[in-house]
Design a protein around this ligand. Structure first.
Ligand code: ADP
Length: 418
């Protein structure tokens, strides 16, 4: 195993890049496993194991270089890595804690088991399961036999009605792998297109707002949380985040309690983010992300410790303390690619827009340095520090600042794959 203040991360995208920035700041070594020599985290990493993120031999090499390994995203090959853990490689969160979190179906099962509020759901494959037909009496001669249930199309389980939200259990992100079902026709079209064993279907929740909280648990069992924030999506991709979400103490506590219960029950060490729907039924958990999260990026400038600092501390085996906001609030706006531009297009780095954004007061620009751009792809973000103390005035300030950013950086027209 490597030096004490050294951590490894599997993945080299923007989350690893921001983790690498925090590591430099804190004097922690960060070793990265990522396939591309030009991936965002590469220039900042202490060392790079250049290999696919699912290459177990490469992860063994990564483990040799650091105290413990964390993951940039939830697409972790748990079975592939189990032998490495048995050899003594330290994964934080550990593979056992990650197991229920790496796919949407096992997340739903976990939330049901813990009786935490989440959308009602069923496995897509269940629509084929029809009750045994009643034994029928012989058809009198000259009459047509009745249609048997097996001849009919798929059937929703009891208690479910359209619209519904179908989701790929794994591999989806930013709304890719989610499909709204409005009718039997949509359901049948989905069944033709996908392997029903890899999908779940859930009630379409009518919510007022989406909220999120980033929590961290250290190896001593202490849990801390960033403030609860409001997230806003555009075509299912996070568009902006307003921090803090000004709400009752009870609601803040409810969100924090859910985070603490989950982290503690799973004996989870590291950062975990929870996305909520918020509406007449209160908080409903939409998704758990076993990692740092887009909804916590604002913490880099707005808090005394960012979500990346918290991840580093947890993975380096150090204690965490409650992060504090350093200013009244912050607005994070994602810079989603709004045009198709190839990596060799001289305009693919959006220099003009970046300069204009960087010139705005109290704006911090983070540019991930990805090669090429496509509509909807996350290319960077800005964090705007907000000055108003009164929550209503602050929200107004945030919406005015959003408008300013939008004039420089428009939203993509079409939702497209990244
Ligand atoms: P992904 O993992 O691809 O980001 P999510 O499950 O977070 O997918 O869904 C993306 C967005 O789709 C959510 O932020 C929300 O706006 C919407 N959404 C997801 N599930 C539901 C649901 N059950 N009911 C209503 N809207 C939903």
């Amino acid at each position: 195993m490597g030096a004490a203040r050294s951590v490894g991360i599997v993945g080299g995208g923007q989350l690893a890049w921001m983790l690498a920035e925090a590591a430099r700041h804190r004097g922690v070594e960060l070793h990265v496993q990522t396939p591309g020599a030009n991936d965002p985290a590469v220039p900042l990493a202490t060392s790079v194991v250049q290999a696919d993120v699912r290459d177990v031999a490469a992860t063994r090499e990564l483990a040799r270089r650091c105290r413990a390994i964390s993951f940039e995203n939830e697409w972790v090959d748990l079975d592939g890595l189990a032998p490495l853990a048995a050899e003594g490689a330290c994964f934080l969160p550990d593979l056992q804690a990650l197991r229920p979190l790496v796919c949407k179906r096992s997340q739903r099962e976990l939330l049901n088991r813990f009786n935490l509020p989440s959308p009602a759901w069923f496995p897509l494959a269940q629509v084929h399961e029809r009750p045994e037909p009643e034994p029928t009496s012989p058809v009198p001669e000259g009459q047509r036999p009745q249609q048997s249930p097996q001849d009919l199309g798929p059937m929703l389980p009891q208690g479910f009605a359209y619209p519904l939200m179908a989701k790929a259990s794994s591999g989806g992100y930013d709304g890719k792998g989610t499909v709204v079902l409005r009718s039997d026709t949509d359901l049948e079209a989905l069944l033709e297109r996908v392997d029903s064993n890899g999908w779940i279907v859930e009630e379409f929740v009518s919510f007022e707002l989406e909220l999120a909280v980033v929590a961290a648990r250290d190896q001593f069992g202490d849990v801390v949380c960033l403030p609860v924030v409001q997230t806003h999506q555009h075509h299912q991709v996070c568009d902006w985040v307003l921090a803090p979400f000004e709400t009752s103490h009870a609601l803040q506590q409810a969100a924090r309690n859910m985070a603490a219960s989950l982290l503690t029950a799973l004996n989870y060490v590291g950062v975990l983010s929870i996305e909520f729907f918020y509406g007449p039924r209160g908080l409903i958990i939409n998704e758990l992300a076993p990692r740092t999260h887009n909804s916590g990026h604002y913490s880099i400038e707005a808090c005394d410790q960012s979500q990346f600092d918290l991840q580093l501390l947890c993975v380096a085996g150090e204690p965490v303390t409650e992060p504090q906001l350093l200013m009244p609030g912050a607005l994070m706006v994602n810079l989603l690619g709004f045009e198709q531009r190839s990596a060799d297009d001289p305009h693919c780095s959006y220099d003009q827009q970046r300069q204009a954004l960087a010139d705005l007061p109290d704006v911090h620009l983070h540019w991930y340095g990805k090669a090429g751009s496509s509509p909807g792809r996350k290319l960077g973000h800005v964090t705007v520090l907000l000055q108003q103390h009164d929550p209503q005035a602050r929200r107004q300030e945030a919406m005015q600042r959003l408008e300013q950013v939008r004039q420089i950086w428009p939203l993509p027209q079409e939702p497209k794959t990244a």
